[in-house]
Design a protein around this ligand. Structure first.
Ligand code: 5GP
Length: 173
């Protein structure tokens, strides 16, 4: 079940997304950007964020899932890959939440093999406590405690993605 009051309200989220958009706009001033959303979880954050970025940009998507095995290794499966040629482009990877860091690290390394001009990472949520792989986060929405959260694109069994806020999810007993 979705617990009590939201961890992050829709108002807090929209305020922070505007701030992130302003930072990215400033940093990429005079450049063109390829914003890559990591689906499904980042779909809502991605669409709100790109509306707040005021430099010319194109969009593309990656669909990935990760399976954590024992220890520090995990396996990442890419179900859908970027269609554009990304060599020489300024890529901004947009992720919903960084937990162990395995998914994002794998995607970042994959992109780096394709010779982009630059690669930056924007993550809506950061569960720093759980990190197993060190991945550089250039733009961070919020750092959150080690709780399973849903809403604003994030799911439990594919549900709750449509909530306009972030809540902690607990399995009811
Ligand atoms: P990582 O590879 O960093 O461990 O996992 C990242 C992915 O795990 C995220 O893209 C997301 O799909 C899922 N994930 C990690 N923590 C949470 C959480 O608290 N809530 C939800 N809904 N998904 C999570």
């Amino acid at each position: 079940m979705v617990t009590g009051k939201p961890l992050l309200t829709a108002e807090q989220i929209s305020h922070r997304v505007r701030e992130l958009g302003d930072m990215i706009t400033e940093d990429y001033s005079g450049k063109k950007l390829l914003a890559v959303g990591i689906l499904k979880g980042a779909f809502m954050f991605f669409s709100d964020l790109v509306k707040k970025i005021r430099v010319p940009l194109t969009v593309d998507f990656i669909i990935a899932s990760s399976y954590v095995k024992t220890g520090t290794s995990g396996e990442v499966k890419i179900h859908y890959d970027i269609r554009d040629d990304i060599s020489g482009k300024n890529v901004l990877l947009v992720e919903d939440i960084v937990d162990t860091g395995i998914t994002l690290n794998h995607i970042r390394e994959l992109i780096l093999t394709r010779s982009p001009e630059s690669i930056m990472i924007c993550a809506f949520l950061d569960k720093k406590e759980r990190r197993m792989v060190d991945v550089p986060i250039d733009y961070r929405g919020f750092e959150i405690p080690n709780e399973f959260v849903v809403g604003y694109g994030l799911d439990y069994n594919d549900m709750f993605r449509n909530l306009p806020y972030i809540s902690v999810f607990k399995k009811s007993t």
